[in-house]
Write a protein that binds this ligand. Structure first.
Ligand code: GAR
Length: 191
C-alpha cells in the first residue's frame, strides 16, 4: 500500500476480516505521517522513500518502485497517496486507487474543494484501477454522498472517507478473490 497521510483507508484494510490477502508493505512519500504509525502498530513493514530527498521525480519514482518490488506484492493499493506515479508502475502490478469524488468528475488532488466550489449537490467516492492517465482507470465501485448546505471540506471529507473505507475494502477483497475482470473501461464482478 502507498500512503501520504492519515491512513484511515489503510486502517480499514488492516482491520478487515477475510480480505483474502495481507498488507505486506506500507510505503510513503514522506516521513512522519500517521499512516506509518498505523502500519507499525499492526506489525506491517514500512518504507519511506521521501520525495524531498530526490533531485528529480523519476529518480524518486524508480527508488520507490525498487522498494515495493522487493516486497513482491500481487496488488498495489494507493490509499491517499498524493503523487503521480510513472508508467513503470502500471506495467508491474495491478493498482487500485481510492478517490474522494465521483470520477470522471473532479479528478486530481483537490477533488473535495473543487466539488464544493462547483456547487454540486452530490459527490461521492470512487475506487478504480490505475492507468497511466491520472484518475482515469476502469471503475470498480462508486457511491454517492450528498453535499449538505454549508458543508466544509473537512466535514464532507469525513463523510466521504466512511464510504471510501467500505468501498476500498470490498474492492480489495474482490480483487484478492479473483472476482474482478477488467474489460476495456468496464470492470465486471464475477459472482
Ligand atoms: C482519501 O480521501 C483519498 O481518497 C484521498 O486522500 C484521502 C486519504 O485519507 N486521495 C486523494 O485525494 C488522491 N487524489 P486517509 O489517509 O485517511 O486514508
Amino acid at each position: 500500500m502507498l500512503v501520504s497521510g492519515s491512513g484511515t483507508n489503510l486502517q480499514a484494510l488492516l482491520d478487515a476480516d477475510d480480505l483474502g490477502g495481507e498488507v505486506v508493505l506500507v510505503g510513503a512519500d514522506r516521513h512522519g505521517v500517521r499512516a506509518l504509525e498505523r502500519a507499525m502498530s499492526a506489525g506491517v513493514d514500512t518504507a519511506v522513500v521521501a520525495f524531498a530527498d530526490y533531485d528529480d521525480r523519476d529518480a524518486w519514482d524508480a527508488a520507490l518502485h525498487v522498494r515495493v518490488a522487493a516486497a513482491e506484492p500481487d496488488l498495489v493499493v494507493l490509499a491517499g497517496f498524493m503523487r503521480i506515479l510513472a508508467s513503470r508502475w502500471v506495467r508491474s502490478w495491478p493498482l487500485l486507487n481510492t478517490h474522494p469524488a465521483l470520477l470522471p468528475a473532479f479528478p486530481g488532488a483537490h477533488a473535495i474543494p473543487d466539488a464544493l466550489d462547483h456547487g454540486v449537490k452530490v459527490t461521492g467516492a470512487t475506487v478504480h484501477y490505475v492507468v497511466e492517465e491520472v484518475d482515469a482507470g476502469p471503475i470498480v465501485a462508486q457511491e454517492a454522498v450528498p453535499v449538505l448546505p454549508d458543508d466544509t471540506a473537512e466535514a464532507l471529507h469525513e463523510r466521504l472517507k466512511m464510504v471510501e473505507h467500505r468501498l476500498l475494502v470490498d474492492a480489495v477483497r474482490l480483487h484478492c478473490r479473483g472476482r474482478l475482470a477488467v474489460d476495456g473501461r468496464h470492470v465486471r464482478i464475477a459472482s
